[in-house]
Write a protein that binds this ligand. Sequence first.
Ligand SMILES: CC(C)(COP(=O)(O)OP(=O)(O)OC[C@H]1O[C@@H](n2cnc3c(N)ncnc32)[C@H](O)[C@@H]1OP(=O)(O)O)[C@@H](O)C(=O)NCCC(=O)NCCS
Length: 298
Amino acid sequence: MPPLGPILPFDIKGAHLLHELVPYIVATPANLAMLNRSPFGLPTPVAHIINPLRLESEIFLDLLHKLDGLTFGPEGMPMPKWVFYDCSELPGAIYGLARPAATVWPKVAELFAIPSDYTGLVPVSMYVAIPMPQPGVWFGHNLSSLAPVFRHLDLLPDLDLAGLGSLTKGLALKCFGVKQFWGATQWQSKALYIHAKFGPLALQTAYTPAHSEHETLTYGFACTDQSLRASMGDPTITLPRPEVDEWIDGRDVARLQSLQRQIEMGEEFCIPCPPRPLSPGSDGGMAVPIARTTAAST
Ligand SMILES: CC(C)(COP(=O)(O)OP(=O)(O)OC[C@H]1O[C@@H](n2cnc3c(N)ncnc32)[C@H](O)[C@@H]1OP(=O)(O)O)[C@@H](O)C(=O)NCCC(=O)NCCS
């Protein structure tokens, strides 16, 4: 069989995934009207649009909740179902990639405990965001990819899911029409490798007692087609990035607190590029780059 051609109009890291998986959107009809159902020309079939206000959506939404538990459970932050409804499905939108139950891999069907008569979609990734009051400004609430679970359990050794998380977030932000993005993540989260692909991340907080995890950073970036394509691995895009001034050990709470005080004094910083492991080959802590973008006026 000849190789399958690209589905998006530009090259991406996880191009093959779009031959294995199909897109879906969860949104109320009112919110759906504001979304782009064909981000970068990739259409979302009507049958893959899930209305959280309808009984028929129950099993798919339960599977999504399981996906959240499988991915965020080990991070200690699984979402209660009511938070999923109140803070995701109703006010915001969810975009992700899935596999029809009829062709889902048996090991994944087992992992999700899919009812034998279910014929809908089985989600393998999701991105959730919530609109903020200013037009085009969104807050990223949740990114989940089953890729690490597949790897950890050695579920499908022949299927390379590398790039699934980045692809999902990039397509989702295009679907939602995001112009300015805000997010919050932990200094030790591997997701920082993904977030930094969108360009330099402007730091709003470095130490965040308002969050249940104080070692959380709040970050933002302007969302353009260039930044989205870069996030998905389009090799033709190079985003401008400031020089690194300092590498911070994400576990160094005293440094995070002093950085927070500097931000509150008016100094401005960004995370200019992706982190790196603290020691070569380690799967432990991460060193996170910091660049000063302007000095506080005295
Ligand atoms: C974070 C998460 C979404 C990543 O999903 P994924 O499908 O593996 O993501 P991708 O393959 O697109 O990208 C992962 C990037 O991290 C890099 N990375 C480096 N070290 C890593 C590690 N120890 N573990 C995972 N990724 C690592 C990968 O190399 C890759 O970058 P690259 O494309 O430049 O090579 C997934 O692990 C997840 O769902 N985690 C639990 C929930 C969570 O923490 N969500 C984020 C909240 S802000």
